[in-house]
Design a protein around this ligand. Structure first.
Ligand code: ADP
Ligand code: MG
Length: 415
């Protein structure tokens, strides 16, 4: 009876072609920045092939991707032909053509996370595109997630009205072209409204206002969701911004268990309201009275999760690859008690900036436990330095030495 040889082998194994790596599915990534680069590095360890789509010939991910397609991730035709070459499509930036993604999804392209998620989150580069950042405010408030009060504004009268209701300082935000703080302007009084609005390009750009969140800390939680809807959370971290860009990350955050649990609950609830697999970064505000408010969500790996490469059993990048491919999720817990990520933003472009970043990296290399990640941005030098150690104190001390040598005033806090 020749069926006896094979009767214990599942049909799919008998019939499927030879799988040479952990997965033969090509992962397509829209965007080839530093997040895409780190994603490619994690994937390559598992022999997963990643193709990136980015318009810059010398984009950070270009040198480490299995393949780099030079083209625009916000051009429909380009995204479509790229998608057809991939088994699963994901993003490392949300400012992509979400209208095309939705159409491709209807035609059977496997987008993870789903096009609907990108639409809710994005603050499109294109004034003509329907979707913008305000949509995410509406979405999360409709899902009962705590947010700073907000209101759409169309003219000076409506901003004044919001100012009367919410008080000052008042945060005015642009619905579109909003990233790295570029879409935010603060009015400290009614008199400052016109200048804040014009800094954002006027009412025509589409504006909304938010009540000032009197935060004592900004926190971030990275949540991973697998294709089977299983969820897994990274430890809550504190993020410190400089000029609206993530500058220092402390992992774990020095907050109470209660605040950690509340942050994780809110982060999970936010991600639960979005569709698709992958990692999601949830940015939060912690107020002095222990309230946690959602700021915004990024449907992809995040700068606040760089430290996971060295400090966690499974990095956020590997987790994202596992999630979109439907592989088992890894362990997100930390394997060191504490870590610090220090993001060097090149102050100067070109030669002087690169020279300085190079000097800083060399200093960091001499610190035990420190790892450096050169983003590889073509114009502006950007470096992330990650420090982990066996005990909290040396980590923070090492960090202080590095930070001191950079001339950054930084108060060392011991977790
Ligand atoms: P971006 O997409 O540029 O990161 P965010 O909405 O996260 O935009 O805003 C950038 C930063 O501005 C936040 O990290 C926080 O420091 C500050 N910020 C944003 N919204 C508020 C608010 N309502 N109250 C106080 N600060 C805010
Ligand atoms: Mg933000």
């Amino acid at each position: 009876d020749d069926s006896s040889n094979t009767k214990n082998i599942p049909m799919d194994r008998k019939e499927s072609p030879v799988v040479r790596g952990v997965s033969d599915t090509v992962v397509g990534v829209l965007g080839g920045g530093q997040l895409g680069k780190m994603l490619c590095q994690a994937a390559s360890r598992m022999a997963v092939k990643v193709m990136v789509l980015d318009p810059l010939a010398d984009c950070p991910a270009g040198s480490v991707a299995f393949r780099h397609v030079v083209g625009s991730f916000d051009d429909g035709d380009t995204v479509e032909s790229f998608a057809k070459r991939c088994g699963v499509l994901t993003v490392e930036i949300e400012h992509v053509d979400a209208v095309t993604l939705e159409r491709l999804e209807r035609q059977g392209v496997d987008c993870q996370p789903k096009a609907s998620t990108i639409q809710i989150i994005q603050a499109s580069f294109f004034p003509s595109i329907l979707y913008d950042k305000y949509l995410q405010k509406l979405h999360f408030s409709q899902h009962g997630i705590p947010l700073a009060d907000f209101m759409q504004v169309d003219d000076i009268e409506s901003v004044k009205k919001a100012g009367d209701m919410f008080g000052y300082p008042l945060m005015i935000k642009s619905k579109k072209l909003a990233y790295d703080g570029r879409g935010n302007a603060v009015a400290h009084s009614q008199e400052e409204i016109p200048s804040a609005v014009s800094a954002l390009g006027g009412y025509g750009r589409g504006l909304y206002v938010e009540k000032w969140a009197p935060f004592v800390k900004e926190l971030s939680v990275i949540v991973a969701r697998g294709r089977d809807n299983s969820m897994s959370c990274y430890p809550v971290v504190e993020t410190i911004h400089k000029d609206n860009i993530c500058h220092i990350v402390e992992a774990p955050a020095n907050v109470t268990e209660k605040v950690k649990n509340l942050s994780i609950d809110i982060a999970k609830k936010a991600v639960d309201s979005l569709e698709g697999a992958g990692v999601f970064a949830v940015e939060l505000f912690l107020t002095s009275d222990g309230q946690v408010l959602l700021n915004e969500v990024a449907p992809r790996p995040h700068n606040s999760g760089h430290h996971t490469i060295e400090s966690c059993y499974t990095s956020q990048y590997e987790q994202h690859v596992r999630a979109v491919l439907g592989l088992p999720l890894g362990d997100p817990s930390m394997k060191v008690p504490a870590a610090i990520m220090y993001n060097i933003l090149g102050e100067d472009e070109g030669e002087p900036g690169f020279y300085l970043a190079n000097q800083l990296m060399k200093r960091a290399l001499s610190i035990p436990g420190a790892s450096i990640h050169w983003y590889g941005k073509p114009v502006t030098p950007r470096v992330a330095i990650i420090m982990g150690s066996d005990s909290d104190l040396p980590v923070m001390k090492d960090a202080a030495i590095v930070l001191d040598s950079f001339g950054v005033p930084y108060e060392v806090s011991i977790v």
